[in-house]
Design a protein around this ligand. Structure first.
Ligand SMILES: C[S@@+](CC[C@H](N)C(=O)[O-])C[C@H]1O[C@@H](n2cnc3c(N)ncnc32)[C@H](O)[C@@H]1O
Length: 255
């Protein structure tokens, strides 16, 4: 288990092909600003001269480099937002093959400011692609309780035909829209790294798309959320980030 400082493009050259069950990638989103965290000094640059014309080739080159690192039937989850997720999806269709698109997961969150000129943007998009047609999918590991209003929350449901559907004691399977709050500013979980993702989001992805002891990688690991989640779930993990501040944060967090 390791955290390495460097550009993922170069780091990927030193890694064993076909070794990762799951790669999660949360790159800069083309926000065209410096992203600063709540802790002094923690920041990363997300300004792109040439905008899409420089960002998209940058991303494509790196995705192509990461693809061979996935084992057969391994999965990639690429985390973006409205700015580039539609371009990235076309890119991933080309790299993985359209038939290996698995899900577009919407992470919906609340909190923060509200727009007065349009609907507030309160979701990110996570694109799941598989390298093969039989990716790991542990749906039972990520079931959630039935809503109180659901018939299943009580005795179950009886169809018009008379057939009975009983509730699963583990809850209901989740769909592709996930309501998970952003990290509360007062929460102990907050490291102070900019755009840190909630650990429950990563735990859900890792529990669903990998098995215990398998290798999970994050090549834009930032504060190390994916690595901490993988450790909690008894997976092997590998992290990389171009920023030394990020990898130091991640190392501290994993101690
Ligand atoms: C959105 S943040 C990741 C946040 C992380 N998921 C967390 O929960 O803390 C994006 C990260 O990508 C890193 N990054 C940018 N370019 C990179 C590159 N070429 N190779 C590796 N990491 C890079 C940045 O330093 C930044 O830490």
């Amino acid at each position: 288990m390791q955290v390495v400082t460097g550009d993922m493009l170069e780091v990927a050259c030193f890694l064993v092909p076909n070794s990762f069950r799951l790669i999660y990638l949360d790159p800069p989103f083309l926000t065209q600003r410096k992203q600063t965290g709540s802790k002094a000094g923690l920041a990363y640059d997300d300004k792109w001269e040439g905008e899409l014309d420089s960002y998209l080739p940058w991303l494509e080159e790196r995705l192509k480099k990461l693809y061979p690192l996935l084992m057969d039937n391994g999965s990639l989850v690429l985390h973006l937002d409205w700015r580039v997720s539609h371009y990235a999806r076309v890119m991933l269709d080309q790299i993985f093959g359209r038939k290996n698109f698995m899900n577009e997961i919407i992470w919906h969150y609340t909190g923060g400011g509200r727009s007065k000129s349009r609907f507030s943007c309160k979701h990110d998009t996570l694109l799941w692609y598989a390298k093969g047609d039989k990716p790991v999918f542990n749906i039972d590991a990520v079931r959630v309780p039935y809503k109180e209003t659901s018939g299943y929350a009580k005795a179950g449901i009886v169809a018009a035909s008379g057939k009975k559907y009983r509730p699963n004691p583990q809850g209901t399977p989740i769909d592709d829209v996930w309501d998970i709050p952003i990290i509360n500013p007062m929460s102990k979980e907050r490291i102070g790294y900019p755009t840190q993702k909630p650990i429950v989001l990563l735990e859900r992805i890792i529990a669903a798309l990998s098995n215990e002891t398998e290798l999970v990688g994050d090549f834009c690991c930032g504060s190390g959320t994916t690595l901490a989640a993988a450790k909690n779930l008894n997976r092997k993990w590998f992290g990389c980030d171009i920023s030394k501040d990020a990898t130091e944060c991640a190392r501290l967090r994993l101690k």
